[in-house]
Design a protein around this ligand. Sequence first.
Ligand code: GDG
Length: 500
Amino acid sequence: ETESLAPLSIDNVVVVSNRQPYRHRYEQNGDGDGSRAERSIAVDRPTGGLTAGLDPVMQKLNGTWIAWGDGEADRDATSEDGQVSVPPEEPEYTLQRLWLTDKEIDGYYYGYSNRALWPLCHLAMGRTVFDGEQWRTYRRVNQKFAEKVVDNVDDDTVVWFQDYHLACAPRTVRLQSSSSPFLLHFWHIPWPSIDAFRACPQHQEILKGLLGNDLIGFHVTQYCRNFLECAARLVEETEVDYDRGLIRHDGHETAVSAFPMGVEADSIEQLSEAADESAWQSFKHRHAIGPNTRVVLGVDRLDYTKGIPERLEALEHLWNTQPEWQGQFTYVQKGTESRSEIPAYQRLQNRVDEIIDRVNSRFGTDEWQPIVLVDENLPRKTLCGLYRYSDAAIVSPLRDGMNLVAQEYIASQVDDDGVLILSELAGSHEALGDAVLSVNPYDTEAHAKAIDQALTMPAAERRNRTRRLRRRVHNNDLSSWLNDVFEGAQQLREEQEAKS
Ligand code: GDG
């Protein structure tokens, strides 16, 4: 899959992310009492998504990956200076770990990242908490990351920062490094309009931190436009070229560009092909879904941005206003628990449980449960089987940077027959929009109508739409995204060199 990266002249890459690609943990051997002699170290590997996609690239480039280590086994497996070679069985690159205290994790991760920046960027203004102490911790942790980066770069390095956890680090690297590495940042969540962003008390420092980069990538052009406008109007002495996506500030130029991320379409398709129907039937049996009952699927982290209560209320509305649908299909919500340390997430989980109980007791019978909540983490193959055999899927975020589940669902349609209902407010709608059933997740009646439409759509139309969508998802898969990002960086680097 990474073959296409071969001709690229970038060969010195440092990836910087909140989450690490490999995690060590202790495994109990036999039924001992847990003493050191009876346990051994095992390694959890990346499963799917960006980390899994970048890992082979890093193996090929023999780069460095900086992230924070977590727990006793990680510490014991890591050298004095924070290094561990990965993959463990056949080392190809260096994982450079830094260590955070519980208090730092609290302030930086559960605090400023997820109580301030996450809701801010998703326009959930009522859920934002801008706490001075958490902000200072966020800045300090960013400083720690930046110092690790500085120790690991030279003039030829391309540093690739991931996401909203690291907004301040790029400027610090630029100011503190004696060499001039190329700094690239991908922001995986939306960038809000200036009206929302200016409400953030730290907006200046966040923007200036990011303007330390040479290139910033977002999923869609609207987020780029929002970012350009925020920089132009909120940071003093900036010059912004909206047409070319360039920002000049403090003697440095930052390019802003859209790179819509894709999924590992080939491997998803293979897993889906390999998922047989008997496994699907036993999944249904295990969850008391009748063999002939149709299934509508939702796969989300339990996050308030994913529009889960809104979706459940649309289902309730459908079963209420069109009772002929009662008993006909079950809605399966694969809901992964997420960020449960944060009160807004606990409230969301309670709300989801309440609505499910209400709908199930309102319409359920001895033979039929309207909604099934699956909370265990599923192996990728099982997940692909769910995608393949469900009659329809609902992806209805209130706001979402991209949403990879939508693309994974399409890649899994090896029988060309599933219907995707997709929120207009997800980044992935820009790429998939005209061939899916679009919904505004805030519009309960229209949402219910879309579910009805999905379940009554003629086979020919389903095939037609799915084929078009599958082509798009294959043409813009994860490896082509990686290529575009690296090529974007390479091109800019050449332009910079030509200028100097
Ligand atoms: C952020 C942005 C952007 C879920 N359950 C299981 C499982 N998953 C996997 C899915 C999918 C991933 O989790 C979720 O990705 P999303 O993109 O849908 O959402 P976020 O986690 O919010 O991601 C988002 C993304 O970053 C990338 O830039 O698209 O907008 O919010 O890959 O398959 N995987 C397995 N078992 C499960 O039970 N194996």
